[in-house]
Design a protein around this ligand. Sequence first.
Ligand code: G3P
Length: 249
Amino acid sequence: MKTVINRRTQLQVAYSAYTEAGDDIGMKFFIDTANVQAIREAHERGMVDGVTTNPSLVAKEGRNFREIVNEIAAFVKGPISLEAVSSDYEGIMKEARELNGWIGNAAIKIPMTWEGLKAVKKCAEEGIKTNVTLCFSPNQALLAAKAGATFVSPFIGRLDDVGQVGMEVIPDILQIYSNYGYETEIIVASIRHPIHVYEAALAGAHIATIPPNVLDQMVKHPLTDIGIERFLADYKKIPTAQEPKKHGK
Ligand code: G3P
């Protein structure tokens, strides 16, 4: 319990530091999927400020990548992350320029390597938005910001997978960015369950990229369901209004 409280305090301290810096802290939700129907549903519910994809998510759909991207871009106006898969600078830049030409709101996902960071710097010079992916530490996030990344994506769930509390990197990155006024936005990524979203919000992260199943879990609470049932049952017990008596007959 003590650990939980300490961790919560740490998250809240980072949040205060961030708000004191005067930044716009409205939390954005990106949807972490390449499933157009799932994005559409979340969009209709007002929950989509952007979309993130990666090669694994696109492969799951078994469809042409560009077709998927065009369909998403037809209704999502916020940033749509599209991943470059080359490992060398030239290859990443070729892909970045091509993917960026597909739609007007692309953010090119580039891996956290020196070749990748070199490409991030070049993209910034060319006005191409970037999302530095596969980030696992505050120092890596610092490098992404220095290179001029638009977004950085710390992969929280994958850190949890290897026995490190993933969320702990978020307040540190926020603090570092706040110390120097970096404008790179943090996308809390590799989210696996609602507590990840809750903690990302508590920490004051700019963005959480949320898989559709986690978004569905967030709206649910057993007491909400029980409450709805109870109100409905009680409503049925309310006497209906009497028909007014007709006089003179
Ligand atoms: O946003 C990154 C995400 O797609 C990776 O998630 O669950 O494969 O670690 P996961």
